[in-house]
Ligand binder design. Structure first.
Ligand code: ADP
Ligand code: ADP
Length: 225
């Protein structure tokens, strides 16, 4: 049974740019999938469809048992945790703690359960010591880790990340890779960091000008390129 199904996805931006032509793939529960390709290939556009931030021009997306549409969007947003490329797009509360608590509170949780989820998420990204800080004042790498914690605290079944190691120093990058290895649910991310892809993703999809150019086991894909 597939947890993600993308069928004949097409996306044309309002200015006429056809960012995705006709994309199809399916992802099995627990798979770890990299989406790679040159700048402008359509990677970000594709990710933004996976929790409904963009709606398809044509084609269909299913997440678990839900076909994506307006009615299922709230359920899908609980299932798919999205880490944006720019952490400033997801940090907006006065403190780090509040930002990481926002998701669980939104799920209707409260009290000790929220606190435990926040502390667990902060610990996994190595940011417990930042909890009282204003996200605004953090370094780029710290912001990135906190942005990831805001998603982990919601316990998503699917973790979607756009260029997760972008802007991280080597130590923070290592730490993030360890964290992702320990995340045993489905992972989908774009990356230019091919070493990370080799280490973390059993499967790689190459996009080229809005089309799937290759899709298969990462080692085979890398050998053929
Ligand atoms: P990637 O993430 O692989 O770099 P993108 O999905 O960001 O690729 O972009 C795919 C194509 O869509 C590019 O040609 C890009 O210029 C274009 N594009 C991205 N965002 C927009 C937008 N908001 N409006 C118009 N064109 C866009
Ligand atoms: P808008 O208010 O911008 O016209 P809608 O009300 O049509 O957007 O949709 C609200 C949200 O649901 C948007 O974020 C949109 O991306 C998403 N959405 C709507 N329909 C679909 C669909 N068929 N597939 C994926 N996402 C969708």
């Amino acid at each position: 049974h597939h947890i993600v199904e993308v069928k004949n996805l097409r996306h044309v931006y309002p200015d006429g740019t056809a960012a995705l032509s006709d994309i199809s793939f399916r992802i099995t529960h627990g798979e770890s999938v990299a989406i790679i390709g040159a700048n402008g290939a359509g990677k970000s556009t594709l990710l933004l469809h996976l929790n409904g931030y963009l709606a398809p021009t044509a084609g269909e997306i299913r997440i678990g048992d839900f076909p994506m549409n307006k009615a299922t969007l709230p359920e899908i947003r609980r299932t798919v945790g999205m880490v944006f490329q720019d952490p400033d797009d997801q940090l907006f509360m006065p403190t780090v703690y509040d930002d990481v608590a926002f998701g669980p509170l939104n799920l209707g949780l409260f009290g000790a359960e929220v606190e435990q989820r926040v502390m667990d998420a902060l610990q996994r990204v190595g940011a417990v010591h930042l909890q009282e800080k204003a996200p605004y004042h953090l370094s780029g790498g710290e912001k990135k880790r906190v942005a990831i914690a805001t998603v982990l605290s919601m316990s998503p079944d699917i973790l979607v990340m756009d260029e997760p190691t972008n802007g991280l120093d080597p130590f923070a990058r290592r730490q993030l890779m360890g964290l992702l290895k320990d995340f045993h649910h489905t992972k989908i991310f774009t990356s230019h960091d091919l070493d990370m892809v080799l280490e973390l993703c059993e499967r790689t999809i190459i996009l080229n000008q809005g089309e799937v150019k290759a899709d298969g086991p990462t080692r085979e894909i890398f050998q053929n390129e």
